[in-house]
Design a protein around this ligand. Structure first.
Ligand SMILES: Cc1ncc(COP(=O)(O)O)c(C=O)c1O
Length: 397
């Protein structure tokens, strides 16, 4: 029959980790695996600002007719401003345009197809390690994937290795950079490092593709945009993928954007015509609901203030869990060894634990994290930091 020769591919390892966690009867278990924000109750709630915007939309929306290929202009405007800054000269000069996409993943896929079709022969450089979907999205679009060192065996940011690799990249290649809160490591370049990266990108005439999936989860909504805005201000052409999944809690509503910064307003129109054409063959027109929620929130000063506070609450919880865990490890003589957890940013941490230690944590202490030693810090229960520290100390003996 037609399907006889089709085999099975392995599922996402994080999903099987989630299943194992769900089936573990130990009431003292920890879920540090799946990459979603969790509050003190271990829940991923809908922000109040989102609920209020949804109520408003329910009342006011009169049609479900298709939106345009680039999505709702009101969303494009607010997401441009959120990412580039409301007073960005790029926006003023009409050199930056946002295309609404199904999540950050959709924005990445649109970028990958754009590179494959409109910039043929260009390869993409990814950090080693990076979010695994980066690897497959570009490969599936037919873009050659190469890697630059990022975090090595010593579990430190290898900025020199990164710069050396990029300095040898073929001119014109694309370099994917994580704007902040690097997934999976949590290590971000310093401002000085970013300036050095910018120098190499400029010298090698690389095209930066900045993946901005965690705005507001690192040092703050504006602070986290620093590197993206630096590149957008200093270079004539930049691609930015923005996700509203985490900071708006809109995960399943698939909300994101591909922002293109072009040399001139006229060139931007050319590029956007290509993007609309590519998107037409991927998802036709983007989903509306999440983007309408974001446009409602950011377009209303009161809702926006509420949302800004809610993002700050999430950010502070993560920051406190990071410093809390380092402190809880102190009595075990492990403060120094795990000090990097306090330095890293965003939800994820490359803990430096080996795959064997990760397995031991899971089997003996019901602490679930990804085999590479990546922990989602937001999954920690703050009232049980000591218990987690004890478990880590036990596998580090
Ligand atoms: C680095 C990175 N980029 C992009 C995304 C895309 O997120 P989404 O498609 O859910 O908006 C994620 C989500 O985990 C991510 O970690």
């Amino acid at each position: 029959m037609h399907f006889d020769a089709i085999g099975r591919v392995p599922g996402d390892p994080i999903l099987s980790l989630m299943e194992a966690y769900a089936q573990d009867p130990n009431p003292r278990k920890f879920d540090l695996g799946v990459g979603v924000y969790k509050d003190a109750q271990g829940l991923t709630p809908i922000p109040h600002s989102v609920k209020l915007a949804e109520a408003r939309l329910m009342e006011q929306q009169t049609t479900k007719i298709y939106i345009g290929g680039h999505g709702e202009p009101a969303f494009g405007k607010v997401i441009n401003e959120l990412v580039l800054g409301a007073d960005s000269p790029l926006i003023r000069d009409k050199r930056a345009g946002a295309s609404q996409t199904p999540g950050g993943t959709g924005a990445l896929r649109l970028s990958a197809d754009f590179i494959a079709q409109c910039l043929p022969g260009r390869g993409v450089w990814l950090s080693d390690p990076t979010w695994p979907i980066h690897e497959s999205i570009f490969a599936k679009a037919g873009v050659k994937v190469s890697h630059y060192p990022y975090v090595g065996r010593d579990n430190r940011l290898d900025i020199e290795g990164m710069l050396t690799a990029l300095a040898a990249a073929p001119k014109g290649d694309v370099v994917l950079l994580h704007a902040c809160c690097h997934n999976p490591t949590g290590f971000d370049p310093s401002h000085d490092d970013w300036r050095r990266i910018l120098d190499v990108v400029r010298k090698r005439e690389l095209l930066p593709l900045i993946d901005f999936a965690y705005q507001g989860f690192g040092d703050g909504l504006e602070q986290d945009a620093w590197s993206t805005r630096l590149f957008a201000a200093e270079l004539p052409e930049v691609l930015i993928t923005s996700s509203c999944s985490k900071n708006f809690g809109l995960y399943r509503d698939r909300t994101g954007a591909l922002i293109v910064c072009a040399k001139t307003a006229d060139k931007l129109i050319d590029i956007r015509s290509q993007l609309a054409n590519i998107a037409r063959n991927l998802w036709s027109t983007p989903p509306d609901h999440g983007a309408a929620v974001v446009a409602t929130i950011l377009g209303d000063p009161e809702l926006k203030n509420l949302w800004v506070d809610e993002v700050e609450t999430m950010r502070l919880r993560i920051a406190q869990l990071r410093s809390g865990l380092v402190e809880a490890l102190e009595p075990h003589g492990l403060r120094e060894r795990f000090a990097h957890i306090g330095v890293q940013r965003g939800m994820f941490s490359y803990t430096g634990l080996s795959p064997e230690q990760v397995k031991q944590l899971r089997d003996q202490h019901s602490v679930y994290m990804v085999g590479t030693g990546r922990a989602n810090v937001a999954g920690i229960d703050a009232t049980r930091l000591d218990l987690l520290a004890e478990a880590i100390a036990d596998v580090c003996k």
